[in-house]
Design a binder for this molecule. Structure first.
Ligand code: FAD
Ligand code: MLT
Ligand code: ZN
Length: 472
């Protein structure tokens, strides 16, 4: 092993191979549910160095876990417990290689933090329309590795839909120069789409060409409280009808989500009183503030008239809009502060959501009386973070022993309604069991054939995404 590290030091420089001391920033996941041990953390500074490191590791039979910001929520970005894997941090590949304003694209290296890429697009007068609560830390490589979603998917699509081309280091250490700003290219199998969402198991993304959008002239944001989830679904339909493509965000939060934010972050002002459901609506207006405000007010007025909403607050400034988003994005942090929870990231047809929630809430309460549901998410995409927290006053860590039981109830209900067990976070290590149970054997067999073809020695993030055949 030390012979491998000596060679790797020769490629990336001794200072970029971390093998001693506290490596927990790379070895422990964001939720602190997965703790591994790395042989070393390697920080290459160029695509050529990534390729050379992969060649060396492949030659020594040492497996590699690609890592960006380590904000992943499914235990896919850290090493296993063996102490034999290399964590390949892309953090030093962080350049914006260029913005092509006429083509409305930008080419960014994998380790570039999403927020920096957004800023570079803004400086060119354009919009990189990928927006996540973790955007100050997560990277373009991780976003594409997970096919991240976020809060603007209903208008602009997830990371895959916003990517036109990739540069990738393959499992054998070759470089696929697939960077392209083309919107049309039907030359054979779509390797780009195969790499996106593969969570570091098929190749290591070193750079990407992303689509950019016109910047809206104005962004309008509002909160509204609602008596039922049915009303939220009806408000979503009304928003689509009245705002059309201007509707760029539609997030839902149940009462307990915002209670947790109130409890953990009492300094955050909540402009509306507690209610069974609160929705955050964002409208992007091409014509400007006055036009946008009139459209949003018309929507909320129509919703009030129909009895869909009870109370509403429209942000009067960018600061107020940011504060509304901050409330929404604080749910994940408030939950983490409350202690470990059983996290779900499910999607369903929007039309099935209310019935799913009513039925599954009841089934969970029957099985585990007193559990608390932190139910929030991207209702506009049919994507809920349907998380289960222990009953008040009980031990959150100890409650995790119910994880399999809870997952069985939730995922059976999702599958029965043709939903997905992972809408945007991926599979990693966390959802291997659920993949076995809820992905068809034919789909799993095709995925294994792809993995075997592109990574025959299994050096890239082994054991993630695909459950071993024996577990089927
Ligand atoms: P990492 O966590 O480092 O890695 C994630 C996966 O991608 C791993 O399997 C890793 O091996 C692989 N990977 C990383 N870099 C590369 C690469 N260069 N090439 C190939 N594979 C690679 N996710 C959403 O989808 N929507 C949200 O709204 C959202 N909000 C979040 C809010 C918070 C507060 C937090 C903590 C997380 C949130 N996430 C969200 C999850 C997470 O931020 C995303 O999955 C993000 O895309 C991960 O990026 P990262 O750079 O941190 O990747
Ligand atoms: C979000 O939408 O806030 C994220 O996906 C993070 C989470 O699920 O906690
Ligand atoms: Zn989310």
């Amino acid at each position: 092993m030390s012979a491998l590290l000596e060679k790797v030091r020769g490629v990336v420089g001794a200072g970029n191979v971390l093998a001693d001391g506290d490596l927990s920033a790379w070895e422990v996941d964001w939720r602190k549910r997965f703790r591994g041990r790395a042989l070393a953390v390697v920080r290459p500074g160029s695509t050529a160095e990534v390729a050379a490191v992969v060649r060396l590791c492949a030659g020594h039979g040492t497996s590699i876990v690609a890592q960006g910001g380590n904000t992943g929520l499914v235990g896919g970005s850290g090493p296993d417990a063996s102490g034999t894997q290399i964590v390949l941090s892309l953090a030093r590949l962080d350049r914006v290689r260029g913005v092509d304003a006429a083509n409305m694209t930008m080419t960014v290296e994998a380790g570039c933090v999403l927020q920096r890429a957004q800023q570079a697009a803004a400086e060119a007068g354009l919009l990189l329309a990928l927006s996540l609560g973790s955007e100050g830390t997560c990277t373009i490589g991780g976003n594409l590795g997970t096919n991240a979603g976020g809060t603007q998917v209903l208008r602009y699509g997830n990371a895959r839909e916003q990517c036109l081309g990739l540069e990738v280091v393959t499992a054998s250490g070759d470089i696929w120069h697939g960077l392209s700003g083309l919107r049309k290219d039907n030359t054979g199998y779509d390797l780009r789409d195969l790499m996106i969402g593969s969570e570091g198991t098929l190749g290591i993304i070193t750079a990407a060409t992303m689509k950019l959008q016109p910047r809206p002239a104005a962004l309008l944001t509002a909160l509204a409280t609602l008596p039922t989830l049915d009303a939220a679904v009806a408000l979503l339909s009304l928003a689509h009808a009245m705002l059309g493509p201007g509707l760029t965000g539609f997030e839902v939060m149940n009462a307990f989500s915002l209670d947790l934010v109130r409890k953990r972050f009492p300094a955050l002002r909540q402009p509306l009183p507690p209610a069974p459901w609160t929705v955050l609506v964002e409208q992007s207006d091409a014509e400007g503030e006055a036009h946008g405000a009139a459209a949003l007010e018309a929507l909320l007025g129509a919703a009030l008239e129909r009895g869909l909403i009870e109370d509403t607050a429209i942000a009067a400034s960018i600061e107020q809009a940011n504060a509304m988003w901050h409330l929404r994005e604080s749910i994940t942090l408030a939950q983490a502060a409350e202690g470990p929870n059983i996290k779900h990231d499910i999607s369903l047809p929007v039309s099935a959501i209310r019935e799913f929630v009513v039925t599954t809430d009841a089934a969970l309460q029957r099985a585990l009386p007193g559990i608390r549901l932190v139910n929030f998410g991207h209702l506009g995409d049919g994507n809920l973070h349907y998380n289960v927290q222990c009953p008040e006053g009980s031990d959150a860590g100890e409650f995790l022993r119910h994880e399999n039981e809870v997952n069985a109830i939730v995922y059976a209900a999702v599958s029965a309604r043709q939903g997905s067990i992972s809408a945007e976070h991926g599979i990693g290590s966390l959802k291997l069991e659920a993949m076995t149970k809820h992905k068809s054997p034919v789909a799993l067999a095709m995925m294994r054939a792809i993995k075997a073809a592109l990574d025959p020695s299994g050096v890239l993030n082994p054991g993630r995404v695909l459950p071993p055949p024996a577990r089927q």
